[in-house]
Ligand binder design. Structure first.
Ligand SMILES: [Zn+2]
Ligand SMILES: [Zn+2]
Ligand SMILES: [Zn+2]
Length: 762
């Protein structure tokens, strides 16, 4: 008899491989191939040793690489041969830990179909249990306090497992093997409903009470994965208006949650790729185009053509939205906060802050360790793009095309996210918010400490913006001073460009053409930039073109009142302030005089080259909006107005280094005076911006031979301009780089800051 030759392989896997059912998968795969050996979690991934016939080893490796468990993400897999050993079986062995190593932490994952099936099976012991989960789904990032990802280091540590749960947890063949948040009605968290001084305990009764309140048009605060939502029946006009009044959220759109994607089609147009995005396991809010016959109240998203929908993503949501005759089918699910404060995620804080907003609280006793907002996405062409990258995605690292030092970058003032880097990973934080109040700043500081601890990053360099007054800059300066670490300051638009490059795995320091258009970013000359055409790479940039400068009379007030910027531009271009013009009509005579003096004497009127403000001015002239209630509102509403069939455009001229819009404004005024329709004027203005992008790229191509254009900045959230510019540039043979992994708005700044700092300090 011929003896079979046994060989051994030692395999190392890096990536998201813990808490996602990786070891049981390996265990079963080894058994299937008749292999012996072991698998264990290590501090930086998973280690495997297999012993078997060569062919079986190869088959094992092949399947492991090609079809790993659904929630895992393999970043790197390496193997070496090892001495054949005579294990008698394959086993899962104790974790090995090294305090300096790290492994990526899984984001929170929506309820899987197996758990949903169990939840609706009356004989199952987790029938209708609002906290059902398994190795393939459930809370992760929001409950993890430290690594390794084991139950004692999560907020589930307060819930010792019952014998049944423990048995499943210990069985490598069970789908809850080492599912850290696993629980059941006997041993796990439970619901309570609190209203008007009453408390209803117990999953079934609490849920029934919350549903009854929602059915009756009340507003209920619901504790979710990363914080509290405020919920109400979205088809109930008075409930929606009342919620808006209480939240002081003037005109900012409310997100909606609906039982299943097929019902959305009653209200919005849903393409195949949008449906896919809605149903993806990350369950983001997806912006969808409202149908003309949509019966949902206009006040859900005033002035918008889109509505933000998401599907349930926790068992609690599924139970809350369960179908029943006469029960509302679509709910407002907006963040639990007043105006611009961060969302409430701790029970005691929620009870204090949300009491004036909610009629009742549907809450539970599983703590949320990290506050995480819902992610927001949309489909552009066939591609999914981020508007906010948070729940379901954070803290998934962005893989970098090269290794970088350990760096902390504190990001921008608005839409703040910070970034920590080490090796070839960038840990881009969850959404922090606008750093304009104490609560958000606290959330920012706590988040940084948590990330440093979780990913074992000890920053060697601190990076911030050029703006000295940003709270993030002050934090960075203070840390740099107290820890004696080098501080690097990176210009805002340079950070935009670098973020776009690194996201597209750009490896070299070769320059590209950067069209970085947004609202605000401090320039190297001390003025407010925002319409910047850069030629540059990671280490340096040249401000090749920029919009012509104009004044912002009243400074920040001009951001809130587009009419002010419109008046400044009219004055600058020698166009009379005719009383029939919307921005002139908007102000009282007295105010007009003050603005006039501000512009003339340049009092409190900083100069800017901001593209965002240029859009504001045109929106004001068209009568779209003279005052905004949230950032970008005027531009969004003007975009919605555009006639998509209009191909005309306005002229503009390029001087040595400037994009001149004087002629553009004169021609817009002619159209306004001759009563050309607003949708036509709006479309012509948008078309001119597209044309300008093409022309500028061609000019620079001629000068430098560069053929790659990178688009970054909040203006690129404008789909009219984005899709036409990308299409036309590509037709002209340009390689176009856009943001796909993080938003194009200021959320990307911290990533760009890290990369610039890493490369200039090399
Ligand atoms: Zn599951
Ligand atoms: Zn149990
Ligand atoms: Zn920006």
């Amino acid at each position: 008899m011929q003896t079979k030759e046994i060989s051994g392989l030692a395999i190392q896997v890096r990536g998201i491989v813990q808490g996602v059912g990786f070891r049981p998968f390996v265990y079963q795969l080894a058994k299937k191939n008749g292999l012996t050996g072991w698998v264990r979690n290590s501090s930086n991934g998973v280690e495997i040793e297999i012993h078997g016939e060569n062919q079986s080893n190869i088959a094992f490796l092949d399947e492991l690489t090609k079809s790993p468990p659904p929630l895992s993400r393999i970043d790197r897999i390496t193997h070496t041969t090892c001495q054949p050993d005579h294990y008698t079986q394959f086993s899962i062995i104790e974790s090995e830990s090294d305090p300096d190593q790290f492994i990526p932490v899984s984001p929170d994952i929506s309820t899987c179909s197996d758990c949903l099936a169990e939840m609706s099976e009356p004989t199952n012991r987790r029938y209708q249990y609002p906290f059902i989960n398994c190795t393939n789904c459930g809370p992760r990032f929001t409950i993890i306090k430290d690594i390794p990802y084991d139950r004692p280091f999560t907020t589930m540590t307060d819930f010792p497992m019952c014998p049944d749960c423990q048995h499943e947890y210990d069985d490598p063949l069970d789908r809850r093997f080492h599912a850290q948040p696993t629980a059941c009605p006997i041993c796990g968290p439970s619901l309570t409903y609190i209203f008007a001084g009453n408390i209803i305990h117990g999953d079934k009764d609490a849920m029934a009470a919350a549903r009854e309140a929602l059915r009756n048009g009340h507003i209920v605060a619901v504790k979710g994965l990363g914080g509290f939502h405020l919920a109400c029946d979205a088809l109930n006009h008075s409930a929606v208006d009342e919620l808006r009044r209480r939240k002081k959220r003037i005109e900012k759109p409310f997100a909606l949650m609906i039982r299943d994607s097929s019902i959305i089609e009653k209200y919005c147009l849903v393409s195949g790729s949008e449906k896919q995005l809605l149903e993806s396991r990350q369950r983001p809010i997806v912006l969808l185009t409202r149908r003309d016959d949509c019966t949902l109240p206009e006040s859900l998203a005033p002035g918008q053509k889109t509505l933000g929908f998401m599907l349930p993503y926790t068992p609690l949501h599924y139970l809350l939205l369960e179908n029943e005759p006469d029960f509302p089918e679509v709910f407002v699910m907006t963040s639990g906060n007043i105006s611009e404060e961060p969302i409430a995620y701790l029970d005691h804080d929620a009870q204090v802050r949300l009491s004036p907003l909610a009629d009742g609280f549907l809450t539970h006793n599983r703590d949320i360790h990290v506050r995480v907002d819902d992610s927001v996405m949309r489909v552009a062409g066939q591609t999914a793009v981020f508007i906010r990258r948070s729940r379901g995605f954070a803290p998934d690292p962005i893989l970098l095309p090269f290794d970088v030092p350990s760096i902390l970058s504190v990001g921008a003032e608005l839409k703040n996210h910070f970034t920590l880097t080490r090796d070839a990973y960038a840990f881009h934080s969850h959404y922090i918010g606008d750093l304009e109040n104490y609560e958000t700043l606290q959330s920012f500081e706590e988040g940084i400490i948590h990330f440093e601890n979780l990913f074992r990053v000890k920053p060697e360099i601190i990076v911030c913006d050029l703006h000295p007054d940003y709270l993030s800059t002050r934090y960075a300066m203070e840390r740099s001073r107290s820890e004696n670490l080098p501080l690097v300051q990176v210009q805002h638009h340079h950070a935009h460009l670098a973020a776009c490059l690194v996201e597209n795995s750009w490896e070299s320091d070769d320059p590209v053409i950067g069209l970085t258009f947004d609202g605000t970013g401090l320039g190297t000359d001390g003025t407010i930039w925002g319409g910047e055409v850069l030629v540059g790479g990671y280490t340096t940039f040249n401000r090749r073109f920029h919009l012509n400068e104009f004044l912002l009379p009243g400074g920040d007030r001009a951001v809130h009142y587009p009419a002010r910027t419109a008046l400044a531009l009219l004055a600058q271009y020698g166009i009379e302030w005719d009383h029939s013009l919307p921005p002139v009509k908007f102000f009282a005579e007295k105010e007009i005089e003050i603005i006039h003096a501000q512009i003339k004497k340049k009092i409190n009127s900083p100069a800017t080259t901001s593209m965002g403000r240029l859009f504001d001015a045109v929106a004001s002239l068209l009568g779209v909006r003279q005052q905004v209630n949230y950032e970008g509102q005027a531009a969004i509403e003007m975009e919605n107005l555009c006639d998509p069939n209009e191909n005309g455009m306005y002229p503009f001229s390029l001087s040595a280094d400037m994009i001149e819009t004087s002629e553009t404004f004169h021609k817009i005024m002619t159209d306004i005076k001759t009563n050309i329709s607003k949708p036509i004027i709006a479309a012509k203005f948008h078309n001119s911006i597209v044309q300008m992008c093409i022309q500028i790229s061609e000019v620079i191509q001629l000068e430098t031979g560069l053929n790659t254009v990178a688009l970054s900045g909040g203006v690129w959230q404008n789909m009219f301009i984005y899709s036409r510019t990308v299409e036309k540039l590509m037709k002209k043979g340009f390689q176009v780089l856009v943001h796909k992994k993080i938003p194009t708005n200021d959320a990307c700044i911290s990533l760009g800051q890290s990369i610039v700092a890493a490369r200039i300090r090399q």
